[in-house]
Write a protein that binds this ligand. Structure first.
Ligand SMILES: O=C(CO)[C@H](O)[C@H](O)COP(=O)(O)O
Length: 242
């Protein structure tokens, strides 16, 4: 079985949590894309749901697969978000934003009663940080913001570089909301909560890819089948609004 098969297995398992009439947050990335495709098949068979896409890429996919869409303006509270992740730790803390959609992904997850993460087993980690942490910043002063984040990281005992994300043509990647992304190559993040609080205190930082206390369930598929991670002590994020 390939990673692609595992992604599909996780996406299929997530479909069981979707109920008629639900307002869904639709994640971004290759695993979320499979979910959107499968959801489109269910819609074709008569399932009545609406979705809010977390990126323009997901909007296009949802339109292609016939998933009815709505907006945060019309549906500010959602029932369930299904999204992928770059890393998932045993406490169900996540790194997200490898696809650059972290800001909308976090807004949508916070507006949802539940967030289910779907991933292949390569995303399961004991400790967050091997995957570079995406940090979305405003373009103005991005060089200063980068230096401020690097200094902050040093103060917190994190080693590693902070790098402006560029696309293949060498230009900075610009997010759907017009920001740029700095990737923090920290290798290991021992205190995600401390880092998250420190990052948001920096001017210029719009959002970071640490999703803490947001996921209600992770569905992970691998060689040994589908397994789940549930929070042992699920604490609702103070930022969750639904
Ligand atoms: O956070 C994300 C996009 O911003 C994705 O969910 C994350 O990068 C995982 O993507 P994939 O399913 O392609 O591995």
């Amino acid at each position: 079985m390939s990673i692609q098969d595992f992604k599909r297995a996780a996406a299929e398992a997530a479909l069981a949590h979707v109920e008629p009439g639900m307002k869904l947050g639709l994640g971004t990335g290759s695993t979320a894309a499979i979910f959107v495709e499968l959801l489109g098949q269910k819609v074709e068979q008569g399932l009545d749901v609406v979705g809010v896409p977390t990126s323009e890429a997901t909007r296009e996919l949802a339109e292609r697969f016939g998933v009815p869409l709505t907006t945060m303006k019309d549906e500010p509270e959602l029932d369930l978000t299904i999204d992928g992740a770059d890393e998932v730790d045993p406490q169900l803390r996540l790194i997200k934003g490898g696809g650059g959609a972290l800001l909308r992904e976090k807004i949508v997850a916070c507006a949802s009663k539940r967030m289910i993460v779907i991933a292949d087993e390569s995303k399961r980690v004991e400790r967050l940080g091997k995957f570079p942490l995406p940090i979305e910043v405003v373009p103005f002063g991005k060089e200063s913001t980068l230096r401020a984040i690097a200094k902050l990281a040093l103060r917190l005992g994190l080693e590693g570089e902070v790098v402006l994300r560029r696309s293949e043509d060498g230009c900075p990647v610009v997010t759907d909301s017009g920001h740029v992304i700095l990737d923090g190559h920290f290798h290991r993040i021992d205190d995600p909560e401390g880092l998250a609080a420190a990052l948001v205190s920096l001017p210029g930082v719009v959002e970071h890819g640490l999703f803490l206390g947001l996921a209600s369930l992770a569905i992970i598929a691998g060689e040994n089948g589908v397994s789940t991670i549930e929070p042992t002590q699920f604490q609702q994020s103070p930022r969750r609004i639904a």
